[in-house]
Write a protein that binds this ligand. Structure first.
Ligand code: C2E
Ligand code: CA
Ligand code: CA
Ligand code: CA
Length: 278
């Protein structure tokens, strides 16, 4: 009976059960990953479209998992959000990004560092105060820190969001709307938002320039951003044809594998030294 029991569980253990167990293990490891120094930031370059000038980076988190190797955000951010671990993890990302930005500034390389925020992090009552404290601690000029918010984050609790954005703006940090075009922002609401930048989602950029619908949408987003006086960045730029389309339509900045991959700080410096801007 014992042998059969074991055989049964080996054959019929539902996939959900083993997935749930996997997640439970990952969750508890995630809770210790900060103290074990298992997180790392990569920085993906952003360049000015007209001349290729290196102007900033987006910080992208990675988890060096002791058994599973290097994990990308899709493999752990949702789990971190479910268990509120995203709040301390997000604070780590902000600290690390600001520290690195300060080093670049001290070395004479002024780069804007953009950081992705999660809803829970942005909604925490002490979020604005934590940014203020971070700027004071690191001595980073506020204008060199950029916060990326998704459209969805801007559409929930509109009065609260507006107040928080205004306070962040007051501190002098830059505010950017990530994945623009994939969410639900209403244009009248957009007009009220104190933001600096829009990022065209990769899904539109990918199909440029051939696909007529994506070309129309990307062109319209660029025009909208410029009309609102915002900087517009295209993400996921991979090909020369995409770069040309975006440049011709007045996109300000470019980011993507065709420009530069996400790299650690040392590799980024090598990338910068090796390239010839155009
Ligand atoms: P995102 O904000 O849209 O970031 C861009 C993602 O596209 C990155 O994936 C980047 O590596 C990838 N990418 C860049 N250029 C190209 C390209 O030319 N082609 C293709 N196919 N992909 C490109 P990554 O690093 O895996 O990040 C995925 C998402 O995870 C991010 O999407 C962001 O929403 C989230 N994320 C990353 N870091 C953080 C973080 O520190 N905190 C939070 N809350 N979320 C983060
Ligand atoms: Ca982003
Ligand atoms: Ca994005
Ligand atoms: Ca995206």
């Amino acid at each position: 009976a014992k042998a059969r029991g074991r055989a049964t569980s080996a054959f019929f253990e539902p996939r959900q059960v083993s997935l749930a167990r996997d997640n439970l293990m990952l969750e508890s490891q995630l809770g210790h990953a900060i103290e074990h120094e298992e997180f790392a930031l990569l920085f993906q370059p952003q360049v000015r479209a007209c001349d290729g000038q290196f102007v900033g980076v987006e910080a992208l988190i990675r988890w060096n998992h002791p058994q599973r190797g290097l994990l990308v955000p899709n493999e752990f951010i949702a789990l971190a959000e479910q268990h509120r671990l995203i709040v301390p993890i997000g604070a780590w990302v902000l600290r690390e990004a600001a520290r690195q930005a300060r080093l670049w500034h001290a070395a004479g390389t002024p780069l804007t560092v953009a950081v992705n925020l999660s809803t829970l992090q942005f909604q925490a009552p002490d979020f604005v105060a934590s940014i203020e404290a971070l700027l004071a601690e690191t001595g980073l000029p506020p204008g060199w820190l950029e916060l990326e918010l998704t459209e969805r984050m801007l559409m929930d609790d509109v009065p609260g969001v507006l107040a928080r954005l205004a306070q962040l703006r007051q501190l002098g940090v830059k505010l950017s709307v990530d994945d623009f075009g994939t969410g639900y922002s209403s244009l009248s609401h957009l007009k009220e938002l104190p933001i600096d930048k829009m990022k065209i989602d990769r899904s539109f950029v990918q199909e440029l320039p051939q696909q007529r619908e994506s070309a129309a949408i990307a062109g319209a987003i660029i025009e909208l951003a410029r009309g609102l006086g915002l900087t517009v960045v295209a993400e996921g730029v991979e090909t020369e044809a995409q770069r040309e389309f975006l440049l011709a339509h007045g996109c300000d900045q470019l980011q993507g594998m065709g420009i530069g991959a996400p790299l650690d700080a040392a590799a980024l410096q090598a990338w910068q030294q090796a390239r010839t801007p155009r």
